[in-house]
Design a protein around this ligand. Structure first.
Ligand SMILES: [Zn+2]
Length: 295
């Protein structure tokens, strides 16, 4: 995708590195782009401590206490420095600038107040989020509703390239656009409504979670579709391959578990590809609401 250069006056970005250490690799089951969100929902529905439930969040930062090793890597980087630290960071900042422009315009047209998410980039380590405790790289990319932050460990992109069988940029753009989709769900209030519905009807919790994920995929496609003129040959195929590679059925099969739809939280490979395509081809803003129709 031929994205324009990032503009730090139109994005909020920071480096969330803890200074390096630690950082285990990510197992096949670790592609939890929504893991933290799921964990929080789990807390609401089941009364569980999300930090223990999911196993990826190792410590909760004490309120008010300085996080251990927080920003230990040195002085705080400027936004310009964060965005130019490596090619992945630059690409993510370019994408964020475009995502902000596209979504802000949509909200403006609809007369709905808009708020940008923050982008937190880190690499192979532990990240101390502002609102969701600490997470390791094993969490994969995620969105934290409490601080409206998208968190991306750029080392995930190397794994994505392997899984999707493509090192193409659009697979990575799809990931950040998907997390951005969770931000849209947060600021429109949909995420809150879904959590309430899940609390009322725990039996539907999983289905609703899948619907959230597919809608985020759809929103990712919608962003790309609204920037059609920037799409290059092969982009869509890359996106669909990535959507396919990180479907729950594919991940479960790869991890050696039997495929168990009851435990799906993101949708099957086919569902994810269809959701992305639906967004790409959307003619109006409500196209991605289909996942919540009929209950
Ligand atoms: Zn997600």
């Amino acid at each position: 995708m031929r994205l324009g250069p990032f503009d730090t006056s139109r994005i909020k970005v920071r480096s969330s590195n803890d200074g390096g250490g630690g950082g285990g690799g990510m197992g096949a089951g670790g592609i939890g782009c929504g893991t933290l969100v799921i964990a929080l929902i789990g807390a609401v529905v089941f009364g569980l401590d999300p930090m223990q439930t999911i196993g990826v969040v190792q410590q909760v930062q004490q309120q008010g206490a300085p996080a251990q090793g927080s920003s230990a890597g040195g002085p705080e980087l400027s936004e310009e420095e964060v965005c130019t630290q490596n090619a992945y960071a630059t690409e993510a900042c370019n994408a964020l600038t475009s995502l902000n422009d596209t979504w802000e315009a949509s909200f403006e047209r609809a007369g709905v107040p808009f708020e940008q998410p923050g982008l937190n980039l880190f690499r192979s380590g532990v990240v101390n989020t502002q609102g969701c405790g600490s997470a390791t790289s094993a969490a994969g990319p995620f969105y934290c509703p409490a601080d409206k932050g998208i968190y991306i460990d750029t080392s995930f992109y190397d794994q994505l390239a392997q899984m999707a069988g493509t090192g193409g940029d659009f697979a990575r753009l799809y990931v950040i656009a998907h997390e951005y989709g969770h931000h849209i769900q947060n600021i429109t209030g949909l995420a809150r409504q879904v959590r309430a519905a899940q609390a009322r009807n725990p039996g539907a919790a999983n289905r609703l979670q899948v619907a959230m994920e597919l809608q985020a995929d759809c929103y990712a496609g919608m962003w790309a579709g609204k920037n059609r003129q920037l799409i290059e040959p092969g982009d869509l195929e890359e996106g669909l391959k990535a959507a396919s590679a990180i479907g729950d059925d594919t991940l479960q099969a790869k991890s050696g578990q039997g495929v168990n739809p009851e435990s799906f939280t993101h949708g099957t490979s086919r569902q994810r590809m269809e959701a992305l395509r639906l967004g790409l081809e959307a003619r109006d803003g409500g196209a991605c609401d289909v996942f919540f129709e009929g209950g």
